[in-house]
Design a protein around this ligand. Structure first.
Ligand code: ADP
Length: 560
């Protein structure tokens, strides 16, 4: 027969049913295309009520369309064997004879055996090839990751070191990378063309990987540079970070066994489809198409994306950590500074206060009313400064105290001490204080807990002092599933917007009519945190506030 080497046949020449049949029954013999089929009788089996299934029979007739196809080709007999790779019909060995021919059993078995052998070899070849390229890609990726860690600069690591991302996927050396900057390697479209490709096409793709061998069919503008970039594999790593691999156009001439456009037509006479008549060589020139991408290219690109994402995440984490430790450092320095400053200011301010009280006692009589008023204001200001310095020192001391000593503290006793120590009942004679009779003990640093209660109680008294009947209640309740202490007042209350910030240093939510430094609650918060606890407030403005706090269970610890 004439040689058909290199000729292509359209996929439709082998219909789906035949493909399926070949998977089950790997060999098909037609000994004479002019055979006369003999019907099987009865047509419907009386046992199964269905036609007899002849799929696996070597003697059955084949589709009349196929017979006609062979007749049109001038074939007298055929023997076809399937090559099946990984469960899929990969190809066929089709033997044709010009006249009728009966290949005997051994010949048929030899062909089947050959096809079987070839199938195995092909599967092995493909798998080994894939494993090899995967291993190679793994090594390149590993090296790229090492470069990323070393340079700490993605663009540099991918494009300027010994291994480059272009090595990862065979792309004819044409590739680009972006991160607001474009880095072109090899023969690529120019930056303007790339920008348009990115913004008008690639950015609109739903998936992070886009792959084609005929870019201009998807994006007509790409026709202008199809010689350089008919094939495209694009990878979105993150917003504004893309990698492109390009493959140049490979003009291909495909020789068909007959014009593939002339497929089957409807034959009026036979009342069924008839296959095409001419199998004359028919050449087709294919343009705008690149070599295909490798089977693994997509997964290699996906793995690279994972590597880069990990790297970027780690880099971000490092940056945040560095920034954090800088902040901690700066904070420490600031605290030390304010501690030093307050400490050094303390003596002169105390001195000033002392001299001012001497002036007030001994010389006030020599001053006129305006002078007396000014002296009075100066003393008030000095007192304010004194308080501020004391509070800052207290707060800084808390920051610097390393460990805290844990002791059992009787809560009611401590509260009474606080009230007595500050003469709170005398300073706020109109206020009523209701203490819950039985209060659980606390475990912590006695001195700090004293400060904590002092600040909460002082605030409650101070900010309810203007109420008609100031009432302060102290006790325990259950919140968030555990027992907490509370200090409740019926004072001015706190605006919801201020509930968080009042626990920061120097944050006040009241005007100057209430004296204060804005440090008390910051001290409370710090003490609660030092005891593995938490403090928060609930309030209705104008009706009062409830401060809640709990401490961690530190009973078994002596020092933390
Ligand atoms: P200050 O010295 O100003 O009292 P704090 O840190 O103790 O400083 O409190 C911060 C701010 O929280 C106060 O200025 C006030 O606005 C608000 N605040 C604290 N306790 C109460 C309370 N019991 N009722 C209303 N507002 C309060």
């Amino acid at each position: 027969m004439d040689s058909w080497l290199g000729l292509h046949y359209p996929a439709t020449d082998i219909p789906a049913q035949s493909r399926k049949l070949f998977l089950e029954h790997r060999i098909r013999v037609i000994t004479d295309v002019n055979y006369k089929p003999v019907p099987v009788l009865p047509e419907i089996s009386p046992l199964t009520k269905e036609p007899l299934d002849l799929s696996r029979s070597g003697l059955r007739a084949v589709s009349p369309i196929h017979i006609e196809y062979l007749q049109n080709m001038g074939v007298g007999a055929s023997l076809t064997s399937a090559i099946v790779v990984k469960g899929k019909l990969w190809g066929l060995i089709a033997c044709h004879h010009i006249t009728k021919k009966f290949p005997h059993f051994y010949q048929r078995e030899s062909v089947r055996f050959l096809a079987h052998l070839l199938s195995g070899e092909l599967a092995l070849f493909e798998t080994t090839g894939q494993i090899k390229s995967f291993e190679l890609a793994e090594n390149i990726r590993r090296q790229l990751v090492a470069q990323m860690k070393y340079h700490k600069d993605l663009l540099h690591a991918l494009t300027r070191d010994s291994v480059q991302f272009t090595d990862l996927i065979s792309c004819g050396g044409d590739a680009v990378f972006i991160m607001n900057k474009w880095e072109l390697k090899g023969n690529t479209p120019n930056v303007e063309q790339l920008k348009s490709l990115l913004y008008n096409f690639i950015e609109k793709q739903p998936k992070s990987i886009f792959l084609t061998t005929n870019l201009s069919d998807h994006f007509p503008e790409a026709k202008a540079y199809q010689a350089k970039a008919s094939g495209l594999l694009s990878l979105r790593i993150a917003e504004n970070k893309y990698i492109f691999w390009f493959k140049p156009e490979e003009v291909q001439v495909v020789n068909w066994g007959g014009n593939p456009g002339n497929k089957a037509f409807y034959n009026e006479e036979k009342q069924r489809l008839s296959p095409r008549k001419s199998f004359e060589k028919w050449s087709q020139k294919l343009t705008g198409i690149s070599q295909p991408w490798g089977e693994l290219d997509k997964s290699i690109a996906r793995s690279l994306r994972e590597d880069i994402s990990h790297f970027l995440l780690a880099q971000q984490r490092e940056e945040i950590e560095a920034l954090n430790s800088k902040l901690v450092e700066a904070n420490k320095e600031l605290e030390l500074f304010s501690y030093g400053l307050s400490h050094d200011l303390r003596a002169p301010v105390r001195g000033m206060d002392g001299y001012l009280s001497i002036i007030e006692e001994d010389y006030a009589k020599d001053l006129n009313d305006e002078g007396k008023q000014m002296l009075h204001m100066t003393r008030a200001l000095t007192e304010k400064m004194n308080n501020l310095i004391d509070d800052i020192l207290e707060y800084s001391r808390l920051s610097h105290s390393e460990g805290i000593e844990i002791k059992e503290v009787e809560t009611s006793k401590l509260i009474r001490e606080v009230l007595e120590f500050f003469h709170l009942e005398q300073s706020f004679p109109n206020s009523e204080i209701k203490l819950q009779p039985q209060m659980p003990s606390m475990y912590g640093d006695r001195r700090m807990l004293f400060q904590l209660w002092a600040n909460l109680l002082n605030n409650a008294l101070k900010y309810s002092a203007e109420t008609e009947k100031p009432l302060i209640e102290v006790g325990t309740t259950v919140k968030k599933g555990s027992e907490v202490f509370y200090v409740r007042d019926n004072g001015i209350g706190i605006d919801p917007g201020d509930k968080e910030r009042i626990f920061e240093t120097f944050q006040r939510a009241v005007g100057s009519r209430f004296k204060g430094t804005g440090i008390g609650l910051a001290i409370v918060k710090k003490i609660a945190e030092k005891h593995m606890g938490e403090v928060w407030v609930e309030s209705i403005p104008g009706e009062g506030s409830q401060f809640y706090f709990y401490l961690g269970d530190l009973r078994k610890q002596k020092v933390i």
